[in-house]
Ligand binder design. Structure first.
Ligand SMILES: [Zn+2]
Ligand SMILES: [Zn+2]
Length: 349
């Protein structure tokens, strides 16, 4: 018995993990912890690349709506398995993986129907103190997806936002004759643009405020790029689009979405609004608009990986800045500075 116990403990490899936390507004601290496999259905991943997302930026400036300090950072990441439990879905050490960071209960009525993006206890790994801006992470194997060799770890870190865009894309009902507009030229907007271009729709237009991001949209193949500061040009496009994606999350961009959608057209809302906003819903009534929300992702990681691996969706052009994990303060400062016009900032861990 004693021997067995000693044997068991010997098999429990420990990993010393450095993890970045925001402890106060713009104040970061690294903590060290030991990570071991706590469940045979889990894996331990050596994180290789981790991307900064909107939630990380809000946490850094002390404006995260749901979590208090200290806040672990990073939920868009990829890496290599260094330990796999016995029941870890055929994963083994050395596998390259992407991890889905959403955590759902598995037991509520929404989870049981497979609609886990509506789980009543939906949360994210980083809100449980497990995050991507770290060296190691222990996660459930059923939240990991193999990363094809053709994709780099950096591209792997962008599979999560691509899953968000894929989910939003599937909330529309596109026909080949449709004109599609995307409001917002950030990560999700540029990914939606690429999905629209792949779908073979008649015309794609992207609205944004950053010259460099609109230039990239043009290079990616957008038929029309419109700078929102050019009001008269933007207003000429009212009532022109069958399908509109609102990928910003501001009062003016939602009102713009209602303006540019054709009667009986569809608006998909994917940018989150920070506060309650004022909207002229008479536009929606008079044009009988169909307004759809899009909540995160639900079974979209495999599709996202396939789209990236096939080259249909290009992730590399979205990676504008890369740092080492130790330089995470610089990475966050770059990500929050509008003058940098950064799209995706990545820390290589
Ligand atoms: Zn994200
Ligand atoms: Zn649930």
């Amino acid at each position: 018995m004693k021997n067995k116990k000693r044997q068991k403990n010997k098999n429990k490899i420990k990993f010393s993990n450095q993890k970045a936390n925001v402890v106060a507004c713009k104040k970061l601290e690294f903590t060290t912890e030991e990570i071991t496999l706590t469940n045979p259905e889990n894996i331990i991943v050596k994180i290789k690349s981790s991307a900064i997302c909107g939630g990380d930026k809000k946490a850094y400036i002390g404006k995260h709506p749901f979590v208090d300090f200290p806040i672990a950072l990073g939920h868009e990441f990829s890496g290599e398995i260094v330990a796999a439990g016995k029941k870890a879905n055929n994963f083994s050490a050395g596998d390259r993986v992407v991890v889905e960071p959403a955590v759902n209960c598995g037991n509520c009525s929404n989870c049981l129907q497979g609609k886990y993006n509506f789980c009543q206890d939906l949360t994210f790994l980083y809100r449980q103190g497990k995050a991507g801006m770290a060296q190691y992470i222990e996660v459930a194997a059923n939240k990991a997806y193999k990363l094809p060799d053709s994709l780099s770890f950096q591209e792997g870190a962008l599979i999560e936002p691509l899953a968000v865009a894929v989910h939003a894309w599937q909330r529309n009902q596109v026909k080949f004759s449709d004109k599609v507009a995307i409001i917002g030229s950030g990560t999700i907007g540029l990914l939606l643009l690429q999905l629209a271009l792949n779908s073979g729709v008649k015309k794609t237009t992207i609205f944004g405020i950053s010259d460099s991001k609109l230039e990239l949209a043009h290079e990616l193949g957008a038929d029309n790029v419109i700078k929102n500061q050019n009001k008269s040009k933007a207003e000429k496009l009212n009532n022109k689009y069958n399908q509109v994606f609102e990928a910003v999350g501001l009062e003016q961009t939602l009102n713009q979405a209602l303006d540019i959608t054709k009667p009986d057209g569809r608006v998909v809302l994917v940018g989150l609004y920070k506060n309650e906003i004022l909207v002229d819903l008479n536009k929606a009534i008079q044009k009988e608009l169909n307004i759809y929300g899009s909540q995160g992702y639900c079974w979209n990681f495999s599709e996202a990986i396939d789209l990236a691996a096939s080259g249909k969706i290009k992730l590399n052009p979205l990676i504008t800045n890369q740092f080492k994990l130790a330089e995470i303060d610089k990475a966050l400062e770059t990500a929050i500075d509008p003058a940098e016009e950064a799209i995706k900032v990545i820390c290589n861990c």
